[in-house]
Design a protein around this ligand. Structure first.
Ligand code: MSP
Length: 506
């Protein structure tokens, strides 16, 4: 069983931001989830190094292009490492093998007479790296996605991929595969994009304007359009066209933001059809993060959330937790350092970390550094154990991108119930009498064994701190395939060193 998850590859014209961190962390969570089910995984993330925008960014810094790309590539890789994103492949489109494969794909499509050369006059948005129709622009004639950038009038001879011959087939594919694009709102948006005849797609740029790109195999005066080259990464990462890529490609799921639905839902499938290749298995689309109060993040407002600043202030798991718990696939969600801090303190700190440290410290202090063995179970013990298994079961099943927050919600709900159980059983009273001491042992065992299950489930989301918690509990290695199973802690065993997992931050 294989699963191949991709993130978009990110433009390197600026430093990594929260949008980049987000998709790569979600991809990592899905990877860890599927690994826990016993799948073999391939996760790719990385950088999109070509195109006019990147070329101009290097020039603005007065840096030689290669040096600039190396610097930015390292910066992105370092951020993903700090975010605990366990990518299997870090994409750089400047890699030789990728360039050759892209040129091969273009030549194959060219040989089928699906690429034509013609003169074109149009409006170009550098932010999108796309030609725009008048209907795509605002009343002021600007790109709605890049309102601070000026669109440019361009008249050029270029190469174009014929799109219209494939439109009906693509619509049919969407109709035959209702889950191909998720959530539904974006499937409908895509159908809308395909409702009208498609214009040919410009797939080249003259070298007089853009040099940072892959030369067209059939015309040395042009480089490949950056989107054509970038989309092909999904194939070249698994070594297409060499034998062996097929089994990965058949299981490929793209995670993308809503703003890049058109390239992934229209251009890419048509490129693949033109090349005679199968389509990816799925497009999982997410909405965007906006600042507190629903205001778009911008440097001038000062509400931009920098992933590295958050990691330094609160730790990586505070950020991963917030992104997983508060994202919504089909609507924008708010983010700010304050919101992340609140969720960290009240959810991870008060509900999970606190219970773990209270119960484990109590156990160590009262039972000679050990976890006591359980005695007979009461109805309350049975009830909480059953509820914990039910609440975490979802993490032992396949998760889709849109379902991540609901799974986190059920973990927080069960953490509340565990806190209630602990407070009601009041082990600090039970320890006072010899007759209730055994009952106290059972309550501690039940609480810590339930926490172990929660922490095992959370290794898919916040691996660093969940791993520490399991070490404190001296828990056995997490089973694979994973399902929530009771009684895996050994009664009468030593506990590890207990540290505060989520120290409170103001
Ligand atoms: N290079 C192209 C993608 C090529 S994939 C073959 C690109 N790069 S990007 O750096 O501009 O953006 C990549 C991703 O970041 C997109 O999925 C976009 O949706 C996401 N985000 C940018 N801002 C975002 C938020 N504020 N919130 C969530 N994601 C956001 O496009």
């Amino acid at each position: 069983m294989k699963s191949y998850i991709t993130t978009p590859i990110y433009y390197v014209n600026g430093s990594p931001h929260i949008g980049h961190a987000f998709t790569s962390v979600m991809a990592d969570i899905l990877k860890r989830n599927r690994k826990a089910l016993g799948y073999e995984l391939m996760l790719s993330t990385g950088v999109d190094e070509h195109g006019q925008k990147n070329q101009e960014a290097a020039a603005d810094l007065g840096m030689p292009v290669e040096e600039f790309l190396d610097m930015r590539g390292k910066e992105f890789r370092d951020v993903f490492d700090r975010l605990d994103v366990a990518y299997d492949y870090f994409v750089r489109t400047s890699r030789d093998g990728h360039k050759e494969a892209v040129a091969g794909m273009e030549q194959a499509i060219f040989d089928k007479d699906l690429i034509v050369k013609k003169n074109y006059t149009g409006t170009y948005c550098k932010g999108c790296e796309e030609f725009k129709k008048e209907s795509d622009l605002t009343e002021e004639g600007q790109c709605p996605l890049h309102p601070t950038m000026q669109v440019e009038q361009t008249e050029e001879t270029n190469y174009f991929l014929k799109m219209e011959p494939f439109r009906e087939r693509l619509l049919q594919h969407i109709a035959d595969n209702p889950d191909w694009v998720q959530p539904e709102a974006f499937r409908n948006e895509l159908k809308q994009m395909l409702a009208e005849p498609l214009e040919d797609l410009c797939i080249s740029r003259p070298k007089t304007r853009v040099t940072l790109g892959i030369e067209l195999p059939f015309d040395q005066d042009f480089v490949t359009y950056v989107w054509f080259d970038a989309l092909a990464n999904y194939l070249t990462n698994v070594d297409w066209p060499n034998h062996g890529y097929e089994t990965w490609w058949a299981e490929c799921e793209h995670l993308i933001g809503k703003d890049i639905l058109k390239p992934h839902g229209v251009y890419w499938p048509i490129m693949l059809m033109a090349a005679g290749l199968p389509l990816p298995k799925k497009l999982s689309v997410h909405s965007h993060w906006v600042g507190a109060g629903g205001v778009k993040m911008s440097k001038s407002i000062g509400n931009v959330v920098d992933p590295i600043e958050v990691i330094e202030k609160l730790g990586v798991d505070a950020l991963r937790w917030y992104l997983a718990r508060h994202m919504r696939a089909d609507s924008d969600s708010q983010i700010s350092v304050d919101l992340i801090t609140q969720a960290y303190n009240s959810e991870l700190g008060n509900k999970i970390g606190n219970l773990l440290s209270r119960a484990a410290k109590f156990s160590k202090a009262r039972f000679d550094g050990k976890l006591p063995a359980s005695g007979p179970l009461s109805a309350e013990d049975e009830a909480i154990r059953k509820a914990v298994v039910e609440a975490t079961q979802g993490m032992g099943a396949w998760i889709n991108l849109a379902e991540i927050p609901a799974r986190m919600q059920s973990i927080i709900t069960i953490a509340d119930e565990m806190n209630n159980y602990f407070a009601e059983q009041a082990p600090w009273d039970l320890i006072k009498n010899e007759e209730t001491k055994e009952r106290c042992q059972t309550v501690i065992y039940v609480t810590l064994d339930c926490l172990r299950i929660v922490m095992e489930a959370l290794t898919q989301v916040i691996p660093a701190s969940a791993g520490k918690a399991l070490a404190m509990l001296n828990a056995p290695e997490v089973a694979c395939p994973w399902t929530p199973e009771l009684d895996k802690l050994q009664g009468d065993s030593e506990l590890g060193e207990i540290e505060t997992l989520y120290p409170r931050v103001q």
